[in-house]
Write a protein that binds this ligand. Structure first.
Ligand code: T4K
Length: 418
């Protein structure tokens, strides 16, 4: 699909904005999670090989190769590939024998919480550090009870958790530590690649991730026994043709997904480079816009730069996050409110929460805006998105007045007090 910024469209005056009747900046929607597509020819070759072999799933050669490449990339001895990241979390939780209560952040994709609840385990939500958006070790100890069995940190946006801080608490209280590393393939913390931390880490290879298998996931670990258990649980608990030795499920990755994943991995450097270049462009272009701050990736670490995350300080920008989303969608920029409104405000967790318990999470859920990036977004389009934001903030007082009382078309639910 060809998508261009309209060359003659200027975003200078309030009436230039599409929400107020101007022409939209983009003819086609600009998405946050447009899949990266690698070398099609290689993909087609691989798919032909899969079909020629007539081996479509159940530990086929593409899956095994994919596992070995991911293990190598993450610097671990084992990778167990799955059909998606959610099932990877579920089999990790099962194989680690977690039960009772597990502490996780609420500021994450809902799958982190659901993977626990699905197995009768209560997710207990810890608050995040407003600077890193990750689980704050200082908030965890008051949440530990006799039922707590583990902490699962989430390396949000690919920025790793305070692994050492979480490890110290886990050790002090005899808890398992694992990580939802869905965003963090190839990222590092203090020079060590994500994958090596805790008992196990989980990746997602969903279409919207920078390395994708269409749908896919993986658990990685350095623990031989755990890896063997993960393989059993992934495949119904089969230990041989006719021997089931434990309660398993079907979480297997198929060959077609692995073929896509392998092809994606071959373009790893190019994808990261493209993300990095978009991120740098956003950083430059957003720098002077009042009230907008870009979440920064630490230059000393390896990052995949797959998310462009902006925090909106409404008192400085003159417009709040939801008003900016509204203006952007009208321009065909489909910015997102990840991870609004926080898992603790979603079902089936709402009833368990105490109001005002997660102030940093609540603040982020109201401020964070994700902007389009990935290989489907080029630098000219980044400039187009930033031009809309610059225009909006420059005319914020007028726009805010005009928007008052007019229903927001694209932002349907607004966070209310708990
Ligand atoms: N833990 C964490 C921390 C996660 O972020 C996730 C997934 C998981 C666990 C679970 O992993 P998986 O079981 O999903 O492997 C998307 C993804 O569906 C989800 O994988 C991802 N996190 C989450 C952050 O984002 P939605 O609800 O935003 O998806 P959707 O359909 O609105 O798509 C996002 C954007 O991408 C849209 O603008 C449309 C565009 N898109 C999407 C697809 C699927 C495309 O252009 N092409 C496509 O094929 O959740």
């Amino acid at each position: 699909m060809k998508r261009t910024v309209h060359p003659l469209i200027s975003k200078q005056l309030p009436e230039d904005l599409a929400w107020f009747g101007g022409r939209a900046a983009f003819e086609q929607p600009l998405h946050v999670g447009r899949p990266n597509v690698g070398d099609r020819r290689r993909l087609h070759e691989r798919l032909d090989d899969v079909l020629d072999r007539r081996w479509l799933t159940n530990d086929g050669p593409c899956v095994r190769e994919f596992e070995s490449r991911i293990a190598q990339l993450a610097g671990v001895s084992h990778c167990v590939a799955t059909c998606n990241g959610t099932l990877a979390l579920q089999i990790a939780i099962r194989a680690l024998e977690l039960k009772g209560e597990v502490i996780i952040p609420s500021y994450t994709f809902i799958a982190t919480a659901h993977a626990l609840k699905w197995q009768g385990i209560t997710p207990v939500f810890g608050d995040v550090d407003p600077a890193t958006h990750n689980l704050d070790p200082l908030q965890i100890e008051p949440l530990i009870t006799a039922q707590t069995t583990a902490i699962i940190g989430v390396h949000l946006w690919g920025r790793p958790c305070d692994v050492e801080g979480l490890q110290a608490i886990a050790e002090r209280h005899g808890l398992a530590l694992a990580f939802d590393a869905s965003h963090a393939l190839g990222c590092s913390w203090r020079g060590t690649t994500v994958g090596c931390f805790g008992r196990a880490e989980v990746f997602s290879f969903h279409a919207t991730k920078f390395i994708n298998a269409g749908e896919g996931g993986a658990v990685v670990t350095n623990d031989d026994a755990l890896a063997a258990r993960l393989r059993l649980v992934r495949n119904f608990g089969f230990a041989g043709y006719d021997r089931v030795v434990e309660l398993g499920t079907n979480a297997k990755m198929g060959e077609l997904s692995a073929a896509m994943g392998l092809t994606s991995l071959e373009s790893y450097d190019q994808f990261v480079e493209h993300n990095r270049s978009n991120y740098d462009r956003y950083r430059e272009a957003l720098a002077g816009i009042a009230g907008l701050s870009l979440a920064v990736y630490d230059d000393r670490e390896r990052s995949n730069y797959q998310y462009v995350v902006v925090e909106v300080e409404a008192s400085q920008a003159g417009l709040n996050r939801d008003q900016l989303i509204e203006l952007l969608w009208a321009e065909n920029v489909l910015a997102r409110r990840y991870f609004y409104p926080g898992c603790h405000r979603m079902e089936p967790y709402r009833a368990l929460q105490i109001p005002n318990q997660l102030p940093a999470t609540e603040a982020l859920a109201a401020r964070v805006l994700l902007l389009p990036t990935g290989c489907a977004v080029n630098s000219e389009e980044v400039d187009g998105v930033c031009a809309v934001l610059r225009c909006a903030v420059a005319h914020a007082p007028i726009l805010a007045r005009r928007m008052v009382g007019r229903p927001l078309r694209h932002v349907t639910d607004v966070m209310s007090p708990m």
